[in-house]
Design a protein around this ligand. Structure first.
Ligand SMILES: CC(C)=CCC/C(C)=C/CC/C(C)=C/COP(=O)(O)O
Length: 271
């Protein structure tokens, strides 16, 4: 939509380049605001002067279009609007779905059950359980699968910790930080470590364990429940969980690619 000044310029019969020039003025203002010492930051470049030049006839040097790379900077503002809208939907959904965030919340009585689901997706029971199964395995196939699951769980902790440390997104304001056994990066919420683990472990189990159909369905339901409980408990924003779920799937693919073969096992145990 043209700015009022553009319309005025058009009404006074200014030449076409003015329209483009006015559009770029907004951009130049932005550049000037971010680079106060830049050569462009001059009084003659102020909107007031620009406006004057419209009525008095701008010089050809003032009418020159900005370099293309500057014009391209307009695109991020559209991307910015899209991102802000997505973020607004994310925050709104997060707030709406945080029904077990507090004891007094609308589903507050379900909070203890949600916390049990939270523990079922926690790193400690999974790592401890896998170590126990690895110790108890009496077949090379069992040892191979358990070792790779352990590898996957440790890699997950590292990758999630790295992303949380880079993104540093705070947990939702309605979250009560009463989580069992956390690392320091767990004060951040993007991505959800429970969601990455649930997605990765469920894919791992469906691929590497021989399970009856009802159990396979239960595994999938468990992964979905763990993800939903993160938002319902108020621990995470919806986008943290959605990205975590996606990241968990990617991590599983990485584990398949890096799969430790039975031949690497004796080498590892000898170290
Ligand atoms: C053996 C070993 C190093 C275990 C550490 C397990 C541990 C403390 C994992 C942290 C799990 C956790 C609380 C993740 C946070 O999940 P979010 O879904 O809240 O991001």
């Amino acid at each position: 939509m043209p700015s009022p000044r553009v319309t005025r310029a058009a009404n006074t019969g200014s030449a076409n380049p003015n329209t483009k020039f006015e559009f770029m003025t907004l951009l130049t203002n932005r550049i000037n605001a971010s680079e106060p010492n830049s050569p462009r930051h001059r009084a003659s470049d102020s909107p007031v002067h620009r406006k004057d030049s419209f009525s008095s006839g701008a010089t050809s040097s003032q009418q020159q279009p900005l370099p293309e790379e500057d014009c391209m900077k307009l695109n991020p503002s559209f991307l910015g609007i899209a991102m802000s809208s997505l973020l607004a939907v994310d925050l709104w959904l997060t707030k709406k779905m945080g029904v077990c965030a507090k004891d007094g919340s609308s589903w507050g009585t379900a909070r203890p059950m949600m916390k049990l689901i939270e523990i079922s997706g926690h790193g400690i029971p999974w790592i401890a359980g896998t170590l126990y199964c690895l110790y108890k395995s009496d077949s090379s196939a069992g040892r191979e699968v358990n070792l790779n699951l352990l590898f996957a769980l440790l890699l997950d902790l590292i990758l999630v910790g790295i992303v949380k440390g880079i993104v540093k997104r705070r947990r939702p304001t309605h979250n009560r930080m009463d989580m069992f056994a956390t690392f320091s990066v767990d004060k951040y919420s993007f991505p959800s470590g429970h969601a990455t683990r649930a997605a990765m472990v469920s894919r791992f189990m469906l691929k590497h364990l021989v399970l009856a159909v009802p159990v396979r369905i239960l595994v999938m339901l468990w992964a979905i429940l763990v993800c939903m409980s993160r938002v319902m408990l108020g621990r995470h924003n919806v986008s943290d969980v959605a990205f975590g779920f996606f990241m968990g799937h990617m991590q599983y693919s990485l584990i398949e690619y890096l799969w430790l073969s039975p031949y690497t096992l004796p080498l590892l145990f000898r170290m």
